[in-house]
Write a protein of this length. Structure first.
Length: 117
């Protein structure tokens, strides 16, 4: 089964780190991803840029709206994700708990479900 681990972090967290702290956090995450890859459960992993580069798009009744980031009301952002292929929710939750980022942010575990039309 596929599970998505969403790394949800405070918006300004990355900017509050020193360069050394940022490099340490990055190295921990790279090592963690490599372990998951070696264990055969990692399908994909990516970091996302800040909300400064983001856009929110809606198209309600043909009225397309684009709001460029950063978003004033945002207190958190999705900083990255891991796409896993594991057997159970419990396994995905255990992996999320072992993620280094769980020490400084929240990891949301979501099962990938079918898209119904």
């Amino acid at each position: 089964m596929a599970y998505l681990l969403l790394v949800i972090e405070p918006v300004d967290q990355r900017m509050s780190r020193t360069a050394e702290e940022g490099q340490q956090a990055y190295a921990q995450m790279v090592d963690f991803a490599e372990k998951l890859r070696n264990d055969g459960v990692l399908e994909a992993v990516e970091s996302l840029t800040s909300l400064n580069d983001a856009a929110r798009v809606s198209n309600i009744k043909g009225d397309t709206r684009v709001v460029d980031g950063p978003f004033a009301e945002a207190k958190e952002m999705i900083g990255g994700f891991f796409l896993l292929n594991v057997e159970t929710r419990e396994e995905a939750v255990a992996i999320a708990a072992a993620c280094p980022a769980a020490q400084w942010c929240t990891i949301e575990v979501r099962k990938i479900g079918p898209c119904y039309f």
